[in-house]
Design a protein around this ligand. Structure first.
Ligand code: HEM
Ligand code: HEM
Length: 125
């Protein structure tokens, strides 16, 4: 799972930096919250999970590890698209709020599941 997480992390870094450069070039920083979370939830957290797998978890490929990967990815993509639509004024706050609420909880569940993977791994080690 380390490579999978690293590949998605680097993908988010490229998209987030493109948005950052676009904001800087156009002097329009309206999407700075979207950019910040592409970099932080998409790039930084995915990279932290890649390192967790590489350094501590021995590259687990269990069903739980896969579930943790997809929870983080699904939650992240929904948060980021929702933020982009909301801050770009393509959709109202009221429309996007349920998506943001649910996807935030999904990202949180991914973090809780990473802690569960650590607890299970330290017991079996
Ligand atoms: C090509 C590289 C990058 C460019 C051109 C860029 C550009 C920008 C711009 C124009 C803003 C808006 C500033 C403002 O209006 O306050 C911003 C904000 C931000 N950027 Fe980047 N950025 C880049 C890389 C990164 C990276 C690597 C990270 C983190 C891993 C990052 C994290 C943030 C955060 C957290 C904010 C929000 C700061 C705030 O307003 O509170 N950026 N960036
Ligand atoms: C479930 C995940 C998350 C949720 C629901 C969330 C929510 C929020 C909200 C509501 C804001 C205020 C936006 C505004 O200024 O209007 C914010 C800003 C910010 N968050 Fe998050 N966040 C999450 C994850 C993260 C993570 C993982 C990081 C860092 C690793 C982070 C770093 C920041 C930073 C630096 C700002 C200020 C950026 C700015 O003003 O543009 N967030 N977040």
């Amino acid at each position: 799972m380390d490579r999978k997480f690293m590949m998605t992390a680097l993908g988010y870094a490229i998209v987030g930096m493109l948005l950052g450069i676009h904001m800087a070039a156009t002097h329009n920083h309206i999407q700075h919250v979207t950019h910040a979370h592409i970099m932080l939830i998409g790039f930084v957290i995915s990279m932290a999970y890649a390192l967790c797998h590489k350094l501590w978890l021995g590259n687990l490929t269990s069903g739980l590890a896969k579930a943790q990967y997809y929870l983080h990815q699904v939650g992240t993509i929904v948060i980021l698209i929702s933020l982009f639509l909301m801050y770009g004024n393509f959709a109202s706050v009221q429309t996007m709020e349920p998506f943001l609420a649910i996807s935030s909880i999904v990202v949180l569940l991914g973090m809780i599941l990473m802690k569960v993977l650590f607890i299970k791994h330290s017991k079996s080690a």
